[in-house]
Ligand binder design. Sequence first.
Ligand code: AP5
Length: 216
Amino acid sequence: MYIVLLGPPGAGKGTQSKNLAVKLGLPHISTGDILRQNVKDGTELGKQAKGIMDKGLLVPDELVAKMLDERFNNPDIKKGFILDGYPRTLPQAGTLDQIMASKGLSVDLVVYLDSSDKVIIERLGGRLVCSKCGALYHVTNMPPKAKDLCDKCQGALYQRSDDNEVTVSKRLEVYKKEVASLIEYYTKAKKLYRLNADLEAGVVLNQITDLAHKVK
Ligand code: AP5
């Protein structure tokens, strides 16, 4: 089953994708995570993307499409995936359809995680990420057991460089400019389901799981 999670920064796409991936036994593919890994590894893509990401802008389509196409060559996506962070624009939605069609695949379900600005700002201001395994925490909502250490692998927790006030506000602005056309696209395709992502994470996870079972 091929699932896309849409939603503003901080809606919980990463949190839900990671848990859903375990529940459904599917790989979690996050364009943000792949880009951050490239930045960390100092690849050519990472060098091009770093400044753009720090400004809260979108990395050029052709770079992200190439990166995704390469990721989709991995046989682990044979039974499906949870895609997080792509598409973000109408042209990207078209590109996704094209790349998938070229591999004989198509998107089954698009879940739109809707969240309020107030919640988003509070969540991103307190997000912590594990430097080793990528697990997500929040200083108050989902605190780690030991301060600044990952519960799962004991890796050091850090704050993302784009989680500062100025960049978050730019990311939200970019998101709001693009999202309406994506909603229209997937509504027309009868693939879109909207959920209230301000709710507790476990509640949202159960709702997405129910949708996945219903659509399957
Ligand atoms: P990306 O990494 O995709 O960032 P984003 O879309 O801004 O989303 P986030 O990762 O910030 O939030 P999330 O919804 O995953 O929330 P999370 O689960 O972490 O992209 C980063 C950058 O890369 C972009 O700005 C762009 O430059 C570039 N990029 C990526 N994809 C691209 C593309 N397709 N095209 C071009 N450029 C691209 O949760 C946030 C916090 O809230 C956590 O602390 C979590 O613990 C907490 N939390 C989550 N859910 C709940 C809940 N239900 N209740 C309480 N707390 C919760």
